[in-house]
Design a protein around this ligand. Structure first.
Ligand code: ATP
Length: 203
């Protein structure tokens, strides 16, 4: 069973990395795939190029064999819809392997408005990480399970709320610090900060 965490990663930070590791450990996932999105449908365009974001994600996970960077969305033109990502992953991984689409509770809040949510649930489970300050969400109640073992019994269709380390870190907060000339140190890996500084990103 694998986990897939899509994101703009503009830039990637410890709020992504620590929580993704929490999910990997709690569910015993074989790997977490980080999928940088080219053009996320529900938000403003990223400030940096796909190449810069990919470079930062690769630098962030370089020393962790459990994390893999998957650049398929950056190679594809147009909007990055999760349903398309999952269909493409299914072609690679086959029809039966359980896939967990991992997202923060802020992302899940808008899930019903995503492109083809029912098809997403047909292709994968959802694993929701609680983000600081997010109220509980009442959506798809009949699909919710509290038992991680159940996720391994089918390829998708279930929703699990996973407790994770509460880190009030956001890419927006990091970009805003840098724009004000302040340091984002200790909010993200040093290697990522080095790339930001060397290329003068977010100033
Ligand atoms: P931005 O501030 O630019 O919106 P972000 O920090 O939320 O960015 P994204 O790349 O949009 O980062 O997030 C990718 C995924 O990671 C989303 O599902 C989001 O909910 C989740 N996520 C981001 N930060 C955290 C965090 N601190 N704790 C838990 N989940 C997070």
């Amino acid at each position: 069973m694998i986990g897939v965490l899509g994101g703009t990663f503009d830039p990637i930070h410890y709020g992504h990395l620590r929580t993704a590791l929490d999910v990997q450990q709690a569910l015993g996932l074989d790997e977490i795939r980080l999928v940088p999105l080219r053009d996320p449908p529900h938000r403003d365009a990223p400030l940096t190029t796909p190449r810069q974001r990919l470079e930062m994600v690769q630098a962030a996970v370089e020393s962790n064999p459990l994390f893999h960077v998957d650049d398929r969305e950056l190679r594809r033109d147009g909007k990055s819809y999760s349903v398309d990502t999952l269909r493409s992953l299914r072609q690679e991984l086959g029809d039966t392997l359980p896939i967990c689409l991992v997202m923060g509770s802020d992302a899940f809040r808008g899930f019903a408005d995503w492109h083809q949510p029912e098809n997403i649930l047909e292709l994968a489970h959802l694993v929701i990480m609680q983000r600081p300050g997010e109220a509980p969400i009442d959506l798809y109640r009949q699909r919710i399970t509290n038992d991680p073992a159940q996720l391994k019994t089918q390829r998708g269709g279930l929703i699990l709320f996973q407790a994770v380390t509460q880190l009030e870190i956001s890419a927006t907060g990091i970009r805003s610090l840098i724009a004000k000339g302040r340091s984002p140190r200790y909010l993200l890996p040093k290697r990522v900060l080095k790339i930001i500084e060397a290329q003068g990103l977010y100033r």
